[in-house]
Design a protein around this ligand. Structure first.
Ligand SMILES: NC(=O)c1ccc[n+]([C@@H]2O[C@H](COP(=O)([O-])OP(=O)(O)OC[C@H]3O[C@@H](n4cnc5c(N)ncnc54)[C@H](O)[C@@H]3O)[C@@H](O)[C@H]2O)c1
Length: 320
């Protein structure tokens, strides 16, 4: 596969027009790409584009529309299909966003491979399935990759690029280039691993937070403050490695000489994997529901608040 040139690489097909498919469509259109959206539920892709039109206008009014084009220009780049072969015509890159079910993804990629040329990159949005399973029905897996976004990808720009064992370096590089061009922030995994990196780090945070609440050390409310008012403040801008590097006079090596043993001592005191579904877990779930009742009215209001705050943070990062 050649290095990506821009001349004949203008069209991307997005398969599945749910939450993530819509976000990808907006991201790719913001980079000036024509996006062909396909969904196997008739009318679903067209409905998605109508909603995207409203969202793009709102983002434009709020000064948060990404890219150089106006909302009207970006909307004009979106087209919808209920027919897979038509949706794939002319695409150089396919981003799959269907249900998180192994067989559904395997079958889609088997169909797509029959319908596209050998240089077309086949990319999956899967959160939890490793590439060697997702692409097991594809003959030529050298052009297969997972591009795992973080929800919502329009505001949270990280994309994990996870190769199949057969994926070529050129496919990794070309996907990295595309993601960068559309304003995302891609990171490369050198090989596949269960949970990729985002969900592995997240699982470690969930596990220790859960243990600390279950062991009666801290309340549900306060462990959330540990992140939102403590660690999360800096992690929005610098990661754990740079944090340590800056927190000792002579950088990371110095930090480890001073604090490494202490960190290892604490790590050795971590308990086993907590049982997240046991009777004991009930009290943590109840504690959370006391703070935010789990009816639709309360949850929707908090989701709206979360999205507004995320938008403010994205704006701050954009202007930094
Ligand atoms: N929601 C998240 O937070 C998130 C984050 C990162 C990655 N992902 C991944 O993105 C993918 C999509 O998730 P989502 O939340 O958008 O799901 P969703 O349920 O909102 O949307 C899935 C869409 O795919 C369509 N679809 C299902 N089978 C199809 C098929 N065979 N052909 C064409 N279209 C089909 C459905 O009609 C639906 O519109 C999943 O793999 C998920 O793991 C989700």
């Amino acid at each position: 596969m050649k290095k990506m040139s821009q001349s004949n690489m203008k069209t991307i097909t997005v398969i599945g027009s749910g939450l993530i498919g819509r976000s990808w469509a907006m991201v790719f259109a913001s980079g000036g790409y024509s996006v062909k959206m396909y969904d196997n539920q008739p009318g679903q892709a067209a409905k998605a584009v109508t909603e995207l039109g409203k969202q793009m206008t709102e983002l434009e009014e709020g000064g948060m529309l990404r890219g150089q084009l106006s909302a009207t220009q970006q909307l004009a780049l979106l087209s919808t299909y209920d027919d897979l072969p038509l949706a794939l015509q002319g695409a150089f890159f396919v981003q799959e966003c269907v249900f998180e079910q192994l067989e559904v993804k395997q079958n889609i990629f088997q169909d797509v491979e029959r319908l596209v040329g050998k240089d077309v990159i086949l990319s999956s949005s899967t959160s939890c399935l490793v590439p060697s399973n997702v692409f097991s029905k594809v003959q030529d897996r050298s052009r297969c990759i997972v591009s795992h976004p973080v929800n919502p990808p329009y505001l949270v720009k990280l994309v994990e690029l996870v190769p199949h064992p057969d994926t070529t370096v050129a496919v990794m590089d070309n996907t990295h280039t595309l993601m960068t061009r559309v304003g995302q922030v891609p990171v490369r995994l050198k090989r596949e691993i269960d949970g990729f990196t985002v969900n592995r780090v997240q699982a470690a945070i969930i596990a220790e937070s859960w243990r600390l609440v279950q062991d009666g050390i801290i309340s549900v409310q306060d462990i959330d403050l540990v992140m939102s008012e403590g660690l999360g403040m800096r992690y929005a801008f610098i990661g754990p490695m740079e944090t340590m590097h800056l927190n000792a006079p002579e950088g990371l090596g110095d930090y480890m000489r001073r604090y490494g043993e202490g960190i290892q001592r604490v790590l050795r005191s971590f308990g086993p994997v907590p049982d997240l579904c046991s009777e004991d877990a009930r009290s943590i779930v109840d504690g959370m529901c006391e703070l935010i009742p789990n009816d639709q009215q309360h949850l929707s209001a908090r989701r709206e608040r979360r999205d507004q705050l995320l938008m403010g943070l994205a704006k701050l990062k954009k202007d930094q």
